[in-house]
Write a protein that binds this ligand. Structure first.
Ligand code: SAH
Ligand code: ZN
Ligand code: ZN
Ligand code: ZN
Ligand code: ZN
Length: 429
């Protein structure tokens, strides 16, 4: 059928060529949009031969994980009782090994003496996936992860649905195992099946957030549903940090389904409420996200990562991250750290970056990137400090921009003249 083994059901895409021409529709894998990574591709109106179907099934079989989640849970039980000297992790296969399996992996690179602490920090044991477009894993810097958790606790949440946030999940799990009084719980939903080696079935669900697909079927769906059911005093928040190459529309549709699952479990109180959400994403997607979630607003907090390519060193030498928190929680409740320079704007009723000045004309703290923006009277809005008003283009732009325009807009910002890969908004210039 129309499915890729590592991602579940395919999504229908439209390939648009020239403006005005009707696009041809095709099915492609929802997670591996780069055709180099996944062979699944099929025109909507295409007839697929028997041999190709057979080849596809063969390919899918080979990509099937070697163990089920249940088997991995059993394996972990056997692993933790081994003496330290026998606890090996195959780096080539990204797999914990039992002694009987060492032979099969001869010639592979092993990591030895895997401690209990290492088993509790799988995001540091596994290498981050690097598929540029859709599966790149960018792990939170400890400072940001701790900030998120402190904020979640301060806001009174006791359950975290971690969608694509393995490091946050891991921080919560490891605190819970060390401290009896720590009452926060987390359920990780992620497409990275390697995590099933470290977590029980009520701690991790293999999930595709591009098509809201639970690989574990009805049982996994039920696990998630159960988790979302909140007893009094156990409020739930969903925290998600999707790959930035992901389609906002597909993500939004899945998140709405998760929010609907939460709403269905809600027994008491009014039904108009929305599940509280932190959606972590770059600031230049603000308008796209608000299109789908008008109740959300963007916080100034800069989320930092250990291994992020989108960084630039700011003037102060501190790394500037373009990644923000989008949330449906009232902005003034999101207290940002004063010691990192954030301050409260009493007019906007939210915390803003130190460089974000309140503009009297816009009547808002307008900076998106943390630097002080300037108001352009001709554009009638605030713009980046490095921009100047161009009379030819009739808008503000970088001084050395080219005034020529082409038809094809950029995927990220919608502007003409460049492709996503060279979008100026991906840097802070
Ligand atoms: N900053 C986060 C990690 C974000 S990287 C942290 O430190 O916890 C993006 C995460 O989303 C990765 O864990 C990746 O495995 C997961 N992911 C990527 N594509 C996905 C998909 N289609 N469905 C579900 N999870 C996905
Ligand atoms: Zn191996
Ligand atoms: Zn303000
Ligand atoms: Zn202004
Ligand atoms: Zn201007």
């Amino acid at each position: 059928g129309n499915a890729c083994a590592s991602a579940g059901p395919a999504l229908l895409f439209v390939k648009t060529s020239r403006v005005g021409e009707q696009g041809r529709r095709f099915y492609a894998c929802s997670a591996c949009r780069d055709r180099k990574d996944c062979s699944f591709f099929q025109w909507e109106d295409e007839k697929v031969s028997e041999t190709r179907l057979a080849a596809r099934e063969e390919y899918n079989r080979n990509r099937q994980p070697s163990f089920t989640h249940r088997q991995n849970v059993e394996r972990l039980k056997n692993f933790v009782v081994l003496p330290l000297s026998q606890r090996k992790f195959c780096q080539d296969c990204q797999q914990l090994l039992l002694p009987s399996e060492w032979q099969e992996h001869s010639g592979h690179q092993f990591q030895c003496d895997i401690s209990t602490a290492q088993l509790k920090a799988p995001s540091q044991l596994l290498y981050p996936l690097e598929n540029k477009k859709t599966n790149a894993q960018y792990l939170f810097a400890n400072r940001s992860c701790q900030f998120l958790l402190d904020l979640i606790i301060a806001l009174g949440f006791r359950r975290v649905l971690s969608v694509g946030t393995p490091r946050l999940h891991e921080m919560i799990q490891s605190k819970a195992s060390q401290d009896e009084d720590f009452s926060v719980r987390s359920l990780l939903l992620d497409i990275d099946f390697r995590y099933s080696q470290f977590y029980a079935e009520d701690e991790f669900c293999h999930y595709n957030m591009f098509n809201h697909y639970f690989f574990g079927g009805e049982a996994a769906h039920e696990t998630c549903q159960q988790f979302l059911y909140q007893n009094t005093g156990e409020r739930v928040i969903m925290v998600t940090d999707p790959p930035f190459g992901g389609l906002v529309e597909a993500l939004a549709s899945s998140f709405k389904k998760l929010m609907a699952m939460w709403r269905e479990t809600e027994k008491e109180g009014d039904n108009n409420q929305e599940m509280p959400v932190f959606w972590i994403f770059p600031y230049f997607f603000e308008s796209r996200i608000l299109e789908f979630f008008p109740s959300f607003s963007m916080m100034d907090y800069q989320v930092d990562y250990d291994n992020h390519a989108l960084y630039k060193h700011g003037k102060t030498g501190r790394r500037q991250s373009p990644v923000r928190i989008f949330t449906n929680i009232t902005p003034r409740m999101i207290v940002l750290p004063i010691e990192e320079g954030y301050r409260f704007c009493t007019i906007c009723q939210r915390y803003v970056s130190s460089g974000n000045q309140h503009c009297e004309i816009c009547n808002s703290c307008t900076s998106k990137d943390g630097r002080r923006w300037k108001h352009c009277a001709l554009c009638n809005k605030c713009v980046k400090p490095s921009w100047f008003h161009c009379d030819k283009c009739n808008c503000c732009a970088l001084q050395d921009h080219s005034c020529e325009r082409t038809n094809a807009g950029c995927f990220v910002c919608g502007k003409a003249g460049h492709k996503r890969s060279t979008c100026p908004r991906l840097s802070l210039a």
